[in-house]
Design a protein around this ligand. Structure first.
Ligand code: FAQ
Length: 315
């Protein structure tokens, strides 16, 4: 029997327009499946590569309370990676293939994690700004059209929101501390500000996927809309901390009802996305090393599963 792809496509779009979710066993256009594998896997990779800059600071946290909180946060990010890899696998790709794509450089992960975390204040700035930017982009993903992704995002967003607060609280303590501590917070804000704005992706006119992503309700807002929302939300927080604005062009625009801000260095963004940021090589080699060193765990887990299976068969 000949399958009428056009009719299936129309029905598929109508289903999305009516607000129903798409589940793994439902028919879906191949492009929808591939788009989701791309986005969910990039997201999963970002979560686990994102553990690295903060993971570096667990042994150097300034107090027991800070250490426990940071440890929990980094573990949460690992958990997010696992939910997302599982959601991605429902689209018919294996975990091994996903890791192969990360390790070979075929799959991207968020540009932000290619910047170094060089002071304790960076633990504040990453939680506050990076998790803050992540939530802004991810809250809409709780209503995305692909069911397993949307459901994974509910829990992820709740945890990211806690991360953002713990980051802000670190910044607040530093800003209420000594002059040296406040300076450290300022310097960290200045370094993380622009990379955080870049996290939202290229300008709308350069974004290749946005138009289709909006039709399929993967994106409910464009990259530029979210970036503006982030600036509008964060500027009053910077003022509350008593820090200087990291960009002299930030100014409230009465007419637009938004803050204006300066030009983003898109060359830098594409350099980092292309593998030539400050820490790209270091991050990828840390992930590859972890994969290789973990081989015995995977082998042991598989051997255990096989043993259980053969015992079940013998009964
Ligand atoms: N970095 O057409 P668009 C986190 C690529 S999780 C690298 O606009 P799209 C939690 C894009 O892939 C952070 N590449 O693409 C945490 C595409 O290339 P491709 C990650 C980027 O997909 C916190 C090309 O540019 N969040 O932080 C970036 O419609 C703290 C054209 O771009 C997610 O993954 C970038 N920043 O929109 C963990 C959320 N931006 O694939 C630890 C889900 C764009 O054709 C510590 N993802 N590109 O080769 C999304 O919402 C979307 O994928 C966007 C990009 C908004 C990231």
């Amino acid at each position: 029997m000949e399958i009428d792809i056009n009719r299936l496509d129309l029905e598929f779009q109508a289903k999305i327009d009516s607000g129903k979710t798409i589940e793994p066993k439902d028919w879906m256009p191949e492009k929808y499946r591939k788009t989701h594998i791309r986005q969910i896997s990039q997201h999963a990779h970002s979560e686990i590569v994102g553990m690295l800059p903060e993971g570096n600071w667990i042994t150097r946290a300034p107090s027991m309370r800070r250490k426990v909180t940071l440890l929990a946060k980094v573990q949460d990010e690992g958990g997010h990676g696992l939910y997302l890899y599982s959601a991605c696998e429902t689209l018919g790709i294996s975990r091994d293939e996903l890791f192969e794509q990360l390790h070979s450089g075929k799959a991207k992960y968020s540009s932000i994690f290619n910047y170094p975390a060089v002071t304790w204040a960076d633990m504040g700035a990453v939680g506050w700004l990076v998790d803050g930017a992540a939530i802004m982009n991810q809250v809409m993903l709780t209503r995305t059209s692909f069911g397993p992704y949307a459901r994974a995002m509910v829990r992820i967003c709740k945890e990211e929101s806690f991360h953002q607060r713990q980051g802000f609280e670190i910044m607040l303590s530093l800003c209420n501390g000594t002059a040296v501590q406040k300076h450290m917070a300022q310097e960290s804000l200045n370094r993380w500000w622009w990379p955080s704005l870049m996290m939202f992706g290229p300008r709308d006119e350069e974004s290749t996927h946005t138009e289709q992503a909006i039709k399929w309700k993967i994106k409910l807002k464009t990259n530029d809309e979210l970036r503006q929302q982030f600036v509008d939300q964060t500027v009053p927080q910077i003022e509350l901390l008593g820090l200087e604005l990291p960009d002299p062009a930030i100014k409230w625009n009465e007419e637009r009802g938004h803050y204006d801000f300066g030009a983003i260095d898109w060359d830098e963004f594409w350099r980092v996305v292309g593998g030539n940021g400050p820490c790209n090589r270091e991050r990828l080699s840390a992930r590859k090393e972890a994969w290789e060193k973990g081989a015995w765990v995977r082998e042991a887990a598989l051997a255990y599963a096989e043993k259980q299976e053969s015992l079940r068969e013998a009964v």
